[in-house]
Design a protein around this ligand. Structure first.
Ligand code: BGC
Length: 719
């Protein structure tokens, strides 16, 4: 397609139309009601015809109908782009991204994204608003469920893997989706874990922790980028010149399409940095925001800003060209449906292979937090009691489940019954899981069921709408009376394992003190119940490692393993004494209950040694590290071998530890494997106070194990 020629034929209004996006419902029927909110936005039937992209539509039929109508009315015949939040599956739902991080498995993330792309593209989606790679430290924030957690390298690798798999090498391929990385930047740093709240972060912290994952997605070829809702150091992201121009365009040379978040351009008014929509349009467009999502600043004011000479028509053309280029890359000028049809969608969705992948992924993302030996249960148990609000619950897909229907989702009860058809299974709810539900009237029946069972599975957690956008909590305990119920159930029958369903780390110290076993399932998706059953009864061996630390109590938030050293660290051992004047809480330790990188297995992995091939290196050399792990058990399993680094003396305070490498390995029963890592000088760099990315000579410590349990620590020097 000759895009420049096309551009030269377009009027200013038509060009501006390419830079706005609205919900599909506006386009569905011709008698659409442009009164009420849409009239306030300034939409008219006339300018609706020029709109270049839509979000949130029903299915392939609806996409085709809207596209057909649009093409019949648009004299330039420019197809619309259809976008949606395909975050962790489309019709087949795999675990939420925070869980996916726990797999430490980019290959698996890729398989999942590919599957989601195929299902979504067949149903008419051209672009997914994914991956979300916001770096997170505060579990109160509901959107931690969309992120891969508190580790910049893990977040970067997982983000890049998703970009590559969603989009493939050729967007014309009807099985692929274009991608949009979000939310740029540091949306996960919202103060006090409250959504949309302000973010204040120093530049070196931003560059070291928060920015790398967005950059990794750009390097992986991401097509679009979405600035975040939050203000960053005083300026809302979409109008933040430093962020959008200096970092994104000048330093990173991002040439893809920038789209605002939902109504975020208009929200510059509520932020109080624009007096009206005209100013809002001016600020956002000047900062390189190409498309405005769901508000009316561009459609009403961009033309005036050009006519008044604030922007040139060439600036407009450049933005429009970026949008047209994306449409062209997707092949929409030749096939405006990108191969989508209801028949294709039905044929590729929820297939047995897709379900199998969802099950495998749910099992690999589960994290065994505690096991006093009750798990795995014997498959010969005769009677099983499934107790708790999640025992029969099929609302375990998590939010952002697109077209994933709960009716298609396997609950724990269904999964266990299918796995053990001859077992006698009793399901009792026992109590609710809302924060203000203190009803204990179901306890007696649940305790009775526990007493009469050979094995008890307690299915606890928080409702799925307690996490996700706008769903933040000040108290991340298990809601309601679930912990109380659990205590009584364990007393009634100690052969009890807890399954947890949640979209964020929870503060479960009390439960941890008495529960014989705890298996974190997160929101596991369509095959969550079948994966849980296989894990409980030993057909699968848990191998997930936490992507985000679990605090002992909400008051520890934000808590993260890679925190900077302080001048007064708490001594490792206090022997019960209270110590004044150290960085410490009076009523709680500093360590989380379970830290990043932690997770048990039914195998017993022994870290036998960690060897370095030399004790020092110059900037041009490297050091080889060999870590030998032994599966000292009869159970084959997977272990994620982690390599941590600490810079002992530097010109800036450095984190107490930092993950610099990981590899997931499979070990048969009794097998020994040596995992090799190479440390090079760039891995030792950090952002110094002059905002230079440098390494400094001196000593470094390397360890394996995981954040709170480092093993085989060895030193080397950078000469
Ligand atoms: C969210 C984005 C999402 C957009 C479109 C916004 O509210 O913050 O993550 O992509 O809506 O659905």
């Amino acid at each position: 397609m000759d895009l420049l020629r096309l551009l030269s034929q377009m009027t200013i209004d038509e060009k501006i139309g390419q830079l706005v996006q609205f919900n599909a419902n506006l386009f569905v029927d011709s008698d659409v009601d442009i009164t009420g909110p849409m009239m306030q936005v300034g939409l008219t039937k006339e300018n609706l015809k020029n709109v270049g992209s839509v979000l949130n539509f029903r299915d392939a039929n609806e996409m085709r109908a809207v596209q057909d109508k649009h093409l019949s009315e648009d004299r330039n015949k420019i197809p619309m782009l259809f976008m949606m939040d395909v975050i962790h599956g489309y019709r087949t739902i795999y675990p939420i991204p925070l869980a996916l991080g726990c797999s430490f498995d980019e290959a698996l993330a890729k398989e999942c994204s590919k599957m989601a792309a195929r299902e979504a593209a067949a149903d008419g989606v051209h672009v997914t608003f994914a991956p979300m790679v916001d770096y997170v430290r505060d579990a109160r924030w509901g959107r931690v469920m969309e992120s891969c957690g508190e580790e910049p390298m893990l977040n970067s690798r997982m983000g890049a893997a998703q970009v590559r798999a969603f989009r493939g090498d050729d967007l014309r391929n009807p099985d692929q989706l274009a991608t949009c990385v979000k939310h740029f930047a540091a949306y996960g740093g919202a103060e006090a874990g409250r959504d949309y709240n302000t973010v204040e972060l120093s530049e070196h912290v931003l560059r070291e922790y928060y920015l790398p994952a967005y950059k990794a997605c750009i390097d992986a070829g991401v097509d679009m980028l979405m600035p975040s809702f939050n203000s960053l150091n005083g300026v809302p992201a979409v109008a933040n010149e430093w962020l959008m121009k200096q970092v994104l365009k000048d330093e990173w040379k991002f040439g893809g399409v920038v789209i605002s978040d939902y109504a975020a351009v208009h929200e510059l008014l509520t932020h109080g940095v624009a007096a009206n929509n005209r100013e809002a349009a001016q600020l956002a467009f000047a900062c390189g925001c190409d498309i405005e999502m769901c508000s009316g600043a561009y459609i009403n004011h961009l033309k005036g800003l050009i006519e008044e000479g604030i922007f040139t028509e060439q600036q407009l053309d450049e933005a429009v060209l970026r949008v047209l280029e994306l449409k062209d890359k997707l092949g929409l000028f030749e096939d405006p449906y990108h191969g989508a049809s209801m028949e294709k969608a039905d044929a590729v969705s929820l297939t047995p292979e897709n379900r199998a992948l969802a099950k495998k992924t749910a099992a690999e993302c589960a994290v065994l937090l505690k096991n006093d030996g009750v798990l795995p249960f014997s498959i010969d148990v005769k009677t099983i009691a499934l107790i708790g609000p999640f025992a029969q619950e099929n609302r375990i897909n998590g939010v952002w489940s697109c077209k994933g229907s709960e009716k298609e989702t396997v609950s724990v009860a269904e999964g266990v019954q299918a796995l053990l058809p001859d077992a006698q299974i009793v399901s009792v709810r026992g109590c609710g899981n809302e924060w203000n539900d203190f009803d204990r009237s179901g306890f007696a029946e649940a305790i009775d069921a526990a007493k009469n069972a050979d094995a008890v599975v307690l299915c606890l957690g928080e409702p799925q709408d307690y996490s996700g956008e706008g769903n933040c909590r000040t108290n991340i305990d298990l809601p309601g009376v679930q912990t109380e119920l659990a205590k009584q159930i364990v007393q009634a029958n100690p052969n009890t394992a807890v399954l947890l369903f949640n979209g964020r780390p929870l503060a479960i110290s009390e439960l941890d003190a008495f529960a014989p076993a705890i298996l974190e399932m997160w929101f596991p998706g369509t095959e969550g119940g079948s994966a849980a059953a296989e894990l409980l009864f030993g057909m699968c061996n848990p191998g997930g490692k936490l992507s985000m630390s679990f605090p002992r109590t909400t008051g520890q938030c934000p808590i993260y393993y890679n925190h900077p050293s302080t001048g007064r660290p708490k001594p490792a051992k206090l022997d019960g004494k209270r110590l004044h004047y150290t960085s410490n809480y009076i009523d709680c330790g500093n360590l989380p209950l379970y830290s990043f990188g932690y997770g048990l297995s039914y195998s017993n992995f022994v870290y036998e040694s960690m060897l370095l091939d030399k004790a020092s290196m110059t900037k041009d050399e490297s050091i080889q590290i060999s870590i030998t792990v032994h599966n000292d058990s009869d159970v084959p399993g997977q272990e994620t071998v982690q390599l941590y680094m600490r810079d002992l003396v530097a010109s800036m305070v450095r984190p107490v530890q930092q993950l610099i490498g990981y590899e997931k390995v499979h070990l048969d029963a009794g097998e020994c494997k040596t995992v090799k890592f190479t440390v090079t000088e760039p891995m030792l760099r950090f952002w110094n106070h002059k905002n230079q990315f440098v390494s400094e000579r001196g000593e470094f410590e390397l360890s394996t194990g995981y954040a709170d349990h480092l093993l085989h620590t060895k030193r080397f020097a950078l000469d």
